[in-house]
Write a protein that binds this ligand. Structure first.
Ligand code: ADP
Ligand code: ZN
Length: 528
């Protein structure tokens, strides 16, 4: 049987004959030409942009095997099957396969009978695989999900650090690194750590115009989610992200109990269950996957109609990647996030109590701050999101802030009232008073705790009745988001920061986002 490499097709011919597409998309052609000519490349394209062809076509056109390093072991079989189905000679080597299968792939590789060989990064840590590769003929290396080399990212894989050795051992073989993570910091880190100093960078626009971004105040998140699914996405496939395994389980049960077919996915489930749930999600229509962020990298399901977050992602990069799994087919899709005070308290606390040195914690905090800024912005979400990735754009008309522009209001006086309360409580050093207690004091509520500590005699007691409890929680959340307030210790004790003084000393105005009222504009409708 004749094979693509026997004939050494040119790139366009391979695209048409093997993959059945008429033309290249975006800058695929440029990447392909550059790599075919032996150049290194760093390719940044959003999910669904078409990264795979950027190395698959060069692998077919160049002499030798295209070796693809990928962390997505669970997907290798599917990838290889899909390639085999169109006549590409592909194989993989990873820890899930039995010895016979491995031997067969090794033999095919050595005989020059493969176009593409997929490897897990850990395979290259062992001498066996490296020796095998040295005995064959390699046309290029592709390093997929290259952001896994970034130690600051949530997908960090230690074995990726070792991949710089590819350049040392095979200096003449072109390398192409690909990722959907876009910040210039990550890009620079990839280039340095993988020794891709000479690589040409190909950076696509990261806009996903068919995704509608929405960030709503969290009240009863599961019920809010249920309304979203019933009102806007009945029968649609989607992903719901939760922070903890326990809330994944509970949310999946809740959806099933309410007639929505949902499956759980998290690292605490055994491998067989995870694989089975993933397969069902990919193959059946209209399933909802409730998952931790362990789920999703590399999942190629075109018709995911919504991605919902019930908890705040830790970074804009994570948020972008997770929401990017919606709408790969280009059809309208929803990215929906419910976000509340508790998220900020919890994440700030997690950072404060996390292992690792000060630099590490500062980095986590900086990532969280950018995510919070996206949540609290009164500007177009997309403009802010793309700006984070270094792109400028105009207001999109397809996000919540464009569709229903939020008001901002001068919250300096409430901020001062809140900060003074925290200041007074802060002096009772050994006590622990969280947001709820501060709000009780401001609203003048004589709870047990308020009476027990005599806080009804504080000058700030009852000075905040102009705002509702929800609005006060919004004030606390936004001050935390802006770093004008901090949380300390395991109990979420509120504390002042270096910048709190600017507000207390009237040197700084605090503009806040109006909390959408329980009933829209009920407040302003009331006669004064
Ligand atoms: P990524 O890895 O960047 O997320 P993929 O490589 O999986 O994206 O491609 C996403 C989808 O777009 C796939 O279904 C792929 O077949 C399709 N695709 C990629 N390039 C082209 C092209 N030039 N013409 C038509 N479809 C394409
Ligand atoms: Zn917008």
């Amino acid at each position: 049987m004749s094979s693509p490499t026997d004939q050494r097709p040119d790139a366009l011919e391979a695209l048409r004959r093997v993959f059945g597409y008429d033309s290249f998309r975006g800058f695929q052609q440029e990447v392909v030409d550059h790599v075919v000519a032996g150049g290194d490349a760093l390719v940044l394209m959003p999910t669904g942009g078409g990264k795979s062809l950027c190395y698959q076509i060069p692998a077919l056109v160049r002499d030798g095997v295209g070796v693809v390093v990928s962390p997505l072991i669970a997907l290798m079989q599917d990838q290889v099957d899909a390639l085999t189905a169109v006549g590409v000679r592909a194989g993989f080597l990873n820890s899930t396969q039995d010895l016979n299968a491995r031997r067969a792939v090794e033999a095919a590789f050595l005989a020059g009978e493969l176009d593409l060989l997929y490897l897990a990064p850990e395979a290259l840590a062992g001498r066996g695989t490296v020796q095998l590769l040295e005995r064959g003929r390699i046309g290029l290396f592709a390093i997929d999900e290259a952001h896994c080399v970034s130690q600051w990212g949530h997908d960090f894989r230690p074995d990726y650090l070792n991949l710089s050795m590819l350049h040392e051992r095979w200096p003449g073989v072109p390398r192409v690194a690909l990722t959907a993570t876009a910040t210039s910091a990550t890009r620079a880190e990839i280039a340095t750590r993988l020794r891709l100093t000479e690589a040409r960078h190909f950076v696509a626009s990261f806009d996903r115009p068919n995704i509608q971004y929405r960030i709503v105040p969290k009240r009863e998140p599961r019920k809010q989610l249920l309304s979203l699914l019933r009102d806007e996405h009945p029968g649609d496939a989607g992903i719901v992200y939760c922070l903890s395994r326990a809330s994944v389980e509970k949310t999946a049960e809740f959806l099933v109990a309410n007639g929505i077919p949902a499956l759980p996915y998290h690292a605490g489930l055994d491998a067989a269950t995870r694989a089975a749930n993933q397969q069902r999600f990919l193959r059946e229509d209209g399933l909802v996957m409730v998952a931790t962020i362990a789920f999703g990298m590399g999942i190629d399901k075109p018709d995911v109609r919504f991605v919902a977050h019930l908890d705040l992602p830790k970074s804009v990069e994570g948020y972008y990647q997770e929401t990017g799994r919606a709408g790969r087919d280009g059809l309208p899709s929803t990215a929906w996030l419910a976000y509340g005070l508790q998220d900020v308290v919890q994440q700030r606390r997690m950072i404060e109590t996390s292992e690792g040195d000060l630099a590490h914690r500062r980095n986590l905090a900086a990532h969280l701050d950018a995510m919070l800024a996206l949540c609290e912005t009164v500007r177009c979400r997309r403009v802010q999101l793309l700006e984070y990735f270094g792109e400028t754009s105009a207001a999109c008309g397809n996000c919540d802030t464009c569709l229903e522009p939020p008001e901002s209001w001068d919250g300096t006086i409430p901020a001062q009232k809140l900060l003074s309360t925290v200041f007074r409580l802060d002096r009772e050093r050994n006590q622990r008073f969280g947001a709820g207690h501060c709000v009780d004091i401001l609203l003048g509520r004589t709870t047990d705790k308020v009476t027990q500590y005599g806080h009804d005699s504080l000058t700030v007691f009852g000075v905040g009745t102009e705002l509702s409890e929800a609005e006060w929680r919004g004030v606390v959340r936004q001050l935390l988001a802006e770093g004008l307030l901090a949380v300390e210790g395991d109990y979420g004790t509120l504390a002042l920061t270096e910048t709190s003084g600017e507000v207390l000393g009237r040197r700084r105005t605090v503009m806040l986002r109006r909390e959408p009222a329980r009933a829209p504009s009920a407040r302003s409708a009331k006669p004064r």
